[in-house]
Design a protein around this ligand. Structure first.
Ligand SMILES: Cc1cc2nc3c(=O)[nH]c(=O)nc-3n(C[C@H](O)[C@H](O)[C@H](O)COP(=O)(O)OP(=O)(O)OC[C@H]3O[C@@H](n4cnc5c(N)ncnc54)[C@H](O)[C@@H]3O)c2cc1C
Length: 304
């Protein structure tokens, strides 16, 4: 059993679900210490499912600052004799994880599907290969969203971070919440994604967005339609977009290129609508409808 540090992320007054999933993984790996960083986070931070929670609560930590956050995390890891540091494979986790590993001069495993004292499993080559790793020393790893159920919060001990906060030359001047009013793609239980088969941006707006909304789902997209300017990059699923692993992934008018599959093939259930019976998406789909999306989507929408 090793000493495990989990770095929790806060969303408003709650701990992000992905952080509770990481906490659940960590609980099976050893003695768990949780670290939360931010400003005015004491109420939310206490909900992290860790027996001991260290809170770095300071106005200078209000927005994610890679220099400050990495230095605090590595300081806490050294002080607590940590061997394994786990984070969610979120935008912050993917940025912070390698930085903490660099500060600790240790290894980094990104976007893991499995983590235990026996080792880690992570996808390579856009999910074509699953690599198993058993690090011999300290390691930092990010865990893919929805790979594990979330841990339950319990009342552990809480300590304030007592180390110094390093200076940073970075200064956040503005924060734009691009996902405002919608379900966050990487946290969603259902993702409804559209591709070039929709023909134009208006059809994405009038068919995919309302269907997603009525299903309580997040709206995703292939890169083809992001590049075409129909939707913003924040919706893109795939190798150069977001990685999702929802309970249900609905692919509509998406061919299923390897780079798209790399971002969604870990979904628990995949359903696809495509008029081409040979479309590669059907190779990974649990359910497939071969047909014209313009005929099928109105029927589907009428059910929700
Ligand atoms: C380095 C690199 C990185 C990449 N990263 C990503 C990434 O992150 N995410 C990503 O998605 N792609 C990525 N791509 C692009 C990828 O290779 C594909 O070009 C892209 O995924 C195709 O998008 P699409 O499926 O929407 O379009 P298409 O491949 O054009 O497929 C459209 C599909 O719609 C179907 N269709 C058409 N009309 C209808 C209809 N009326 N009813 C039903 N079905 C219909 C067609 O049969 C077809 O299968 C990347 C490429 C490279 C080189």
């Amino acid at each position: 059993m090793s000493n495990v540090l989990i770095i929790g992320e806060i969303d408003g007054t709650e701990i992000k679900n992905i952080s509770q999933q990481v906490a659940a993984v960590a609980a099976g790996m050893g003695e768990v210490t949780g670290l939360v960083m931010g400003s005015g986070i004491s109420e939310a931070g206490m909900k992290l499912a860790a027996g001991k929670i260290i809170m770095a609560d300071d106005s200078s930590l209000e927005n994610y600052d890679p220099v400050k956050y990495a230095s605090i995390a590595s300081h806490v890891a050294k002080e607590n004799d940590i061997q394994t540091i786990l984070l969610g494979a979120t935008s912050m986790g993917k940025d912070l994880g390698p930085r903490v590993a660099a500060e600790l001069n240790c290894g980094y495993l990104g976007d893991c599907l499995e983590a235990s004292s026996e080792g880690f499993v992570r996808p390579n080559f856009a999910g074509k290969v699953l690599a198993k790793s058993k690090p011999s020393g300290t390691v930092v790893a990010t865990i893919r969203n929805n790979a594990y159920p979330a841990g339950e919060a319990w009342s552990g001990s809480v300590e304030n971070y007592s180390g110094s906060i390093t200076d940073s030359t970075l200064n956040t001047t503005d924060v734009e919440n691009v996902g405002s009013g919608t379900v966050e793609l990487t946290e969603a239980a259902i993702v409804v994604s559209g591709g070039r088969g929709l023909e134009n941006a208006e059809n994405y707006d009038s068919m995919i967005r309302p269907l997603a909304e009525s299903m309580g789902a997040a709206a995703g997209a292939s890169r083809a339609i992001v590049d075409a300017g129909w939707v913003s990059h924040s919706h893109q699923v795939g190798q150069t977009g977001k990685t999702v692993a929802p309970e249900l992934y609905l692919a509509i008018g998406i061919s299923g290129a390897i780079q798209h599959l790399g971002g969604m093939s870990g979904s628990k259930c995949i359903a696809a609508i495509n008029k081409d019976p040979d479309a590669p998406i059907f190779k990974v789909a649990d359910y497939g409808i071969v047909g014209d999306l313009f005929e099928i989507l109105p029927i589907l929408k009428s059910k929700f």
